[in-house]
Design a binder for this molecule. Structure first.
Ligand SMILES: Nc1ncnc2c1ncn2[C@@H]1O[C@H](COP(=O)(O)OP(=O)(O)O)[C@@H](O)[C@H]1O
Ligand SMILES: [Mg+2]
Length: 236
């Protein structure tokens, strides 16, 4: 049995099932409602030959719901390049199911590396934990920027690896549908938003200084990535 806990939620994993507990009924109800709206349950990607899934709900109670345990490893910066290519493929398949003529898509909300589980044995990629914006119709760059900024805030300082992994992500997603001027704007906005959010949640001078250090590091990582990315894709 494994237990994951935050201030407001706990997840218990037991016998191939995950149980997610909430502090209030409404939080639980809202998350289940969002998950049920998903355009993806299972899609076979002919390009990567992997199955793209969102975790399946099994049972819903007042304060918790249960789901299948997502198999495989969560995506980490130390993992191989192919995994980032696959993360790009997952998002592309997800967007393709909802993209409209204005290039707008069904947002995932919290599309970050720790929410992706890659199982090479069964060739299945599962995602968990849709964010509050799951289901909102928005720009493709919103989901992409969330993913990239999530990587900047990870405790990893291997910039070359970060750069390589992001390039692989773009290789998986493809660059055709991305407006890079928008993406640049969204990434900058999101880096600052993370800083403001941390300050709201954690008060005190010590926390402020930590948040500031993370902000500077994230901006530095972005500068490095952007310089390198320009060779691969031109900001429009
Ligand atoms: N279906 C699942 N299969 C495997 N692990 C899971 C599953 N759901 C949650 N977890 C684990 O529990 C952690 C917290 O779950 P998550 O849904 O992200 O909670 P929160 O809403 O607090 O972010 C995840 O990072 C993951 O490690
Ligand atoms: Mg989460």
């Amino acid at each position: 049995m494994k237990i994951f806990s935050s201030d407001t939620r706990s997840v218990i994993i037991n016998h191939d099932k995950a149980y997610k507990f909430f502090n209030s009924r409404s939080e639980c109800e809202d998350e289940v409602k969002r998950l049920k709206k998903s355009p993806i349950s299972e899609v076979y990607d002919e390009i990567s030959n992997y199955k793209m899934k969102i975790v399946k709900i099994l049972e819903v109670k007042e304060y918790f719901y249960s789901m299948d345990q997502a198999k495989g490893e969560t995506l980490r910066l130390s993992q191989n390049n192919k995994d980032f290519y696959l993360a790009g493929r997952w998002l592309k398949c997800f967007h393709d199911l909802s993209i409209n003529c204005n290039n707008k898509v069904f947002l995932f909300g919290d599309f970050i590396a720790p929410h992706l589980f890659i199982d090479h044995e069964s060739k299945i990629i599962s995602t968990i934990d849709p964010g509050c914006d799951f289901g909102v119709i928005g720009e493709v760059e919103t989901n992409i920027s969330r993913f990239i900024v999530g990587l900047f805030y990870m405790k990893n300082f291997n910039l070359r690896k970060l750069n390589k992994n992001i390039n692989y992500f773009f290789e998986g997603y493809g660059t055709k549908n991305i407006n890079f001027t928008n993406l640049d704007k969204f990434i900058k906005y999101r880096i600052l938003r993370n800083f403001n959010k941390t300050n709201k949640l954690k008060t005190g001078i010590k926390n402020y200084i930590f948040a500031l250090i993370y902000l500077v590091i994230a901006n530095f990582k972005y500068l490095f990535i952007k310089r390198k990315l320009n060779n691969f894709i031109k900001f429009t």
